[in-house]
Design a protein around this ligand. Structure first.
Ligand code: HEC
Length: 112
């Protein structure tokens, strides 16, 4: 097979993967909503000011970067380290999709 056809195959596989991701976003969010019960005992689901930072309305990248930072110990909050260590990548993505879809009212309220 030529290099070009490998490239064509890889490109169409990628396009298909991206299309599937779009269809699966609602499913991912639903899974995230299901998992969110573990989080909302501390993080308010309405984004109202509280002592614990709001996790609503973040981008997928921002959200997973924060959780990954706890998981690998760059952020040192013990509670969140154990929470993050209990999540696999799919669960993080699902939680990011769900919480990211909620309006970020009350975020950066200065009342952390
Ligand atoms: C027992 C309480 C508790 C639970 C349960 C909890 N968190 Fe947290 N979370 C915190 C606290 C406290 C902080 C702030 C820690 C710090 O200062 O680094 C935090 C920080 C975060 C941050 C970073 C926020 C920011 O803007 O810096 C994210 C993201 C997060 N939590 C996600 C989650 C997710 C997702 C879950 C559920 C799977 C969860 N948390 C469950 C208490 C909790």
């Amino acid at each position: 097979m030529t290099r070009t056809s490998y490239l064509a195959m890889a490109t169409s596989a990628l396009t298909m993967a991206i299309a599937a991701m779009g269809e699966d976003l609602e499913e991912l969010k639903a899974y995230g909503r299901h998992l969110a019960g573990e989080c909302t005992s501390c993080h308010r689901p309405d984004g109202a000011p509280s002592a614990i930072p709001s996790i609503l309305g973040k981008t997928q990248d921002e959200f997973t970067a924060l959780l990954t930072a706890y998981r690998d110990g760059r952020k040192t909050n013990q509670v969140m380290i154990s929470v993050a260590k209990s999540l696999d990548d799919e669960q993080m993505a699902a939680l990011a999709a769900y919480f990211g879809s909620l309006p970020a009212e009350g975020r950066d309220s200065g009342l952390k």
